[in-house]
Design a protein around this ligand. Structure first.
Ligand code: NAD
Length: 431
């Protein structure tokens, strides 16, 4: 079976067509390369990651991101810059302390790499997600084998081309393929990190747990933005329009539900969304490009959206106001969101928490008491105030609760714990 990736704005444009890769061979080579890498001086690992960061920053990968997944060019350039910044951030973390010392003889902890990290990734952040997993995996002495989404194979292979010249042979590999290759990687790796849909993530988690290897799954979301009457409503609406619709709503952190408390946001939001430029993602004025595929667009249309009559998988950004809409419960990865109301902030938080997901929630208000109570009670891995749900800072731990995340957070300083195992050492002298 071949892996085929086409451009969502011009479906006749074949970005890449390759045979699926050999997971077993990639993992075996990575395992050999990893032994020396783990023993290398931290400075060696730091230099390699800095060199890759330079190569990524100087690359034309943004054009490929635009072409392959239809990400608007301004956001695509931002993703390239972010990938370089993540590499530099973890390049420096190789110098961080690796444990603690304790009283009683010589007692201390160290951290050791797991071996081969199996990284299974989605298409919507085709550079940032593979990099935010691979960079810490490598920094802390692991090898990394990436199984990208078929729809982002071109970006992943281009990234591998920039990485491999700076690393020992076989230490990093990108293996094109679909579900069978993903499952095989989960069956062979020494540590597994997955980002994608909930259905696949739950299976990946169960398979890895069954083998007894550490696993982390970042999955879907149905993130809510709550607007209280004392908020700067204009600013909130501008934030929400962007968080719901930019990149055609195809971010796990996109606002999918709006809960208005004593304030009418539906009309202002509909107007703000109508002002967003829909069009060719290569045009810098575009905020909303196509969705990834014909199936993705059919799902948007099936939930109340409308297809646009032009080449490519475009759908008109749509704000739905309907208490019975399935959008209150189902994740639709597209430019569509639903507005509901609640009588007070407690009820609004209950509405935000009423789905199985718990990735990001945002509250817009100036009321400090409401903020403090919301921060304590909302059941969400990422909790924001007067900030859009979308937008992830690589130096902060990131991950969801309940059906949105399993196995702990990634990024920031959380990655060091995940990509290593702790050892406790006790030494007694003979004197
Ligand atoms: P997906 O679950 O279809 O695929 C993700 C990856 O898993 C792909 O590489 C795919 O080939 C692989 N895969 C499929 N079946 C597998 C199996 N049985 N075993 C192992 N691997 C398998 O997701 P997608 O459509 O690429 O991405 C969209 C989804 O990702 C959305 O639900 C979105 O919310 C979620 N997402 C979450 C985050 C987050 O951090 N929480 C970030 C981005 C995207």
């Amino acid at each position: 079976m071949t892996v085929l990736s086409t451009s969502p704005q011009r479906p006749s444009d074949v970005v890449v067509e390759v045979g699926e890769g050999n997971v077993g061979a990639a993992v075996d080579r990575a395992r050999v390369a990893q032994r020396e890498w783990a023993a290398a001086d931290p400075g060696v690992r730091a230099s390699a990651l800095h060199a890759i960061a330079d190569a990524v920053a100087a690359s034309d990968l943004a054009d490929l991101v635009v072409r392959e997944v239809g990400k608007p060019v301004v956001e695509a350039r931002g993703e390239v810059a972010r990938a370089a910044a993540i590499l530099r951030y973890y390049a420096q973390q190789v110098y961080d302390p690796v444990g603690e010392t304790y009283p009683g003889g010589l007692s201390f902890t160290v951290r050791r790499p797991h071996g081969v990290a199996g990284l299974v990734t989605p298409w919507n952040f085709p550079l940032a997600i593979p990099v935010w997993k691979a960079a810490p995996a490598l920094a802390f002495g692991n090898a990394a084998v990436v199984k990208p989404s078929p729809e982002a194979t071109g970006c992943a292979l281009a990234l591998a081309d920039l990485m491999t010249p700076h690393l020992p042979d076989g230490l990093v590999a990108v293996v094109p393929g679909g579900a069978p290759e993903g499952a095989e990687l989960v069956a062979r790796a020494d540590v597994v990190s997955f980002t994608g849909s909930g259905a696949v993530g739950r299976r990946v988690a169960a398979d890895a747990v069954g083998r007894g290897v550490p696993v982390q799954c970042e999955m879907g979301g149905l993130s809510a933005s709550i607007v209280l009457p004392d908020a700067d409503v204009e600013a909130a609406v501008a934030d929400i329009a962007w968080a719901a619709m930019a990149f055609a709503g195809q971010k796990c952190t996109a606002t999918k539900r709006v809960v208005a408390v004593g304030v009418d946001v539906a009309e202002a939001l509909t107007d703000a969304v109508a002002r967003l430029v829909v069009g060719d993602p290569a045009d810098p004025s575009t905020a909303v490009g196509p969705v990834i595929s014909a199936e993705a667009r059919a799902r948007v249309v099936g939930h109340g959206g409308r297809a646009l009559d032009r080449d490519g998988w475009y759908a008109r950004p749509t704000v739905v106001v309907d208490p019975e809409s399935r959008l209150h419960r189902e994740e639709v990865f597209g430019p569509i969101c639903v507005v509901g109301v609640a009588p007070d902030v407690e009820s609004a938080v209950r509405v935000a928490d009423s789905t199985e997901y718990g990735l990001v929630t945002a509250l817009y208000t100036r009321d400090l008491d409401a903020v403090l109570s919301y921060v304590d009670t909302v059941r969400s891995g990422q909790v924001k105030v007067n900030l859009p749900t979308a937008g992830v800072d690589f130096h902060l731990p990131f991950g969801g609760e309940r059906a949105s995340g399993y196995g702990g957070k990634e990024q920031g300083k959380a990655a060091a714990a995940f990509y290593t195992r702790g050892r406790t050492v006790q030494i007694k002298g003979n004197a």
